[in-house]
Write a protein that binds this ligand. Structure first.
Ligand SMILES: [Zn+2]
Length: 75
């Protein structure tokens, strides 16, 4: 659990991510193209890449580890 996690940007679609999530390293390596392997991706982009590779992601393979409850300016 990354309690210090604030906010990151998806390096694929550039949207801000308010849900921090994680998945198994092996699955990550199978799904994500090389360019993004060491970068932050949102779940939507991850699932799209899985579709491109015809890999089905199951809910129990994704774990939520944090979220941003307020906007990044803290308003
Ligand atoms: Zn994205």
């Amino acid at each position: 659990m990354r309690l210090d996690w604030q906010y990151e940007t998806c390096k694929c679609c550039t949207r801000e991510q308010r849900v921090a999530w994680t998945t198994d390293n092996k699955l990550w390596d199978r799904v994500v193209i090389d360019y993004f392997k060491t970068r932050t991706l949102c779940l939507e982009c991850f699932l799209r890449m899985a579709d491109d590779r015809e890999i089905t992601i199951r809910l129990n393979e994704i774990k939520m580890v944090g979220l941003v409850a307020r906007d990044k300016e803290g308003k």
